[in-house]
Design a protein around this ligand. Sequence first.
Ligand code: UD1
Ligand code: MG
Length: 474
Amino acid sequence: MAKVAAVIIMAAGQGTRMKSARPKVLHEVAGRSMIQHAITAANALQPERLVVVLGHQREFVEAHLEDVAPNVTIAVQEQMLGTGDAVRAGLEAVGEARGEIVVTSGDVPLLAGETLQELVATHRRGGHSATVLTAKVPDPTGYGRIIRDGERVVRIVEHRDASEAERQIDEINSGIYVFDAAVLRDGIAHLGTDNSQGEFYLTDVVEHINATGGTVGGHVLLDYRQTEGVNDRLQLAARNAEYNARILRHWMTEGVTVVDPATTWVHADVDLAQDVTLLPGTSLEGATSVASGAVIGPDTTLRDVEVGEGASVVRTHGSLAVIEAGASVGPFSYLRPGTVVGAGAKVGAFVEAKNAQLGAGAKVPHLTYCGDAVVGEGSNIGAGTIFANYDGVNKSTSTVGKHAFVGSDSVLVAPVNIADGAYVAAGSVVTGDVGPGELAVARGRQRNVPGWVERKRAGTPSETAARAAAAGGE
Ligand code: UD1
Ligand code: MG
């Protein structure tokens, strides 16, 4: 479809009902800020200019936009004088452009880019001066109502300004429109503030167009949930739930098994392959990707984690980590940034790994802190091993070679290198390097003191038991 001249996203409002230190449009739905959703949808129109109108707390929003959408143009609305005034500020940034201008809002996160494309297509087919995106909703309370004359929209009346009869109308204004640029400029220039809020209402442009010989169309969106906005935290939760349900439906139709959609959360930027299985209580966040055949969950949260084919990740919390094909993680594992679990490797129960590279088939099965570590392929790290990476001032890395064996309850005081094929005896505190094929024993030698219990613990059940055993009893 052809491009539009500009999209103006209104996002200057205060969002008072959110009761938040954060501007409303920075609150997230499915892992993206609401303003990012609005920009993503707008980009489907390939606008020559994409203008975001900011006002309240604009420095926060500007900083965020520099990160996620550096190409947008920011327009500033100094005072919240209404949606008509927001568009006036947006038009200043648009400049002299001719053609179509789409106006939308920063707080309608479910609105799809395809819907904007359909709106523009309807507008072009109808040959109107403007076309409003409308919807029939179960409860129109609070919305502007669409007053029609057949195919044409003649007026939009705000709920608070509407008569009892007008309030019976269930077709609402979504707050999303496409205008001919010249008509919009003329309409904005003629706005007044004669309404219950004393604001410049963008919606009054519709009446002006009709009065000056133009026509306004209405494009009814059947999927009305796309038009639902966010004004408070209850609506934020509801929009998140709806967005999530849509994401899960999408992945299920792509061949992903979601055992319990009610407790599974998948962010918009996550990528899942066919035959992935998500067990109950799984949250996949950020840019997480999961390859085919992998099973995630139950009760697992992964943010920006890459999971390879056929891997299994059980009751795990992970971020910025890579789990390669066939690896097994969990239950109760904590993967921190920089961790790579190699192909077929195992990270087991109560293991924390940070900036740790585990080679193919390496095993860290139980109760280990694995920080700043490199472990070669096929090596085994015994239960309770600690990679002591921090000396109170600096962090250092330790390495364990291929097919090495670290006995249980060892401490590797970084930086140390355990070479290929080396062994470390259980309970060792290793402070120096171990060569290939060597066994390091770094602990006190065992010494037994005969008769100690008889002398030092006389009269205890231990003494009785020891005597009986010594006498050959049971
Ligand atoms: C508006 C529409 C209403 C429609 C509803 C859909 C008007 C007069 N009414 O009402 O018909 O049913 O949206 O949700 O337009 N904004 C600014 N600057 C301002 C005022 C608002 O940027 O001075 C922004 C807000 O941040 C928001 C959007 O414009 O993103 C809509 O404003 P809001 O106050 O929510 O309008 P509604 O009263 O909901
Ligand atoms: Mg609103």
